[in-house]
Design a protein. Structure first.
Length: 127
């Protein structure tokens, strides 16, 4: 579902000028289809965050830009980790065990001493 600029302003409780500044700053990506800017629910949530940061939380423009950049990086990392996790999960048990063992003993990967192998998942070859 997509919404137009007027609906976005109404749902987020911001003026058109504020929304336009956020678009120009690159904080909100406004896909332009058929000459009409349409926003998604994700865009609405992002705009609400920007509104809260710049408003009640008192974060300045540079701070908002940094926070949004960090959030975008976190989302990218989560997506990459999901892909990696999926790739590991479809490997045969010995390969998964080696990966988890190496991760548990590697100085940069070790977060706690009791790293254990997660529950076994069926590989594609056994399905």
């Amino acid at each position: 579902m997509t919404i137009d600029r007027a609906e976005m302003c109404r749902r987020v409780s911001v003026g058109r000028r504020s929304l336009q500044r956020w678009i120009e700053a690159g904080w909100i990506h406004a896909p332009d289809g058929d000459g009409v800017i349409a926003f998604s629910e994700v865009d609405v949530a992002r705009a609400e965050l920007i509104r809260d940061l710049a408003g009640p939380m008192g974060v300045n423009q540079d701070g908002v830009a940094v926070i949004l950049d960090l959030i975008d990086q976190i989302h990218g990392l989560r997506q990459a980790l999901r892909g990696l996790s999926t790739a590991v999960a479809v490997q045969d048990l010995p390969v998964r065990q080696r990966i988890w063992s190496d991760a548990a003993t590697h100085p940069l990967g070790r977060r706690r001493a009791d790293c254990t192998l997660p529950p076994a998942r069926r590989s594609r070859t056994t399905m």
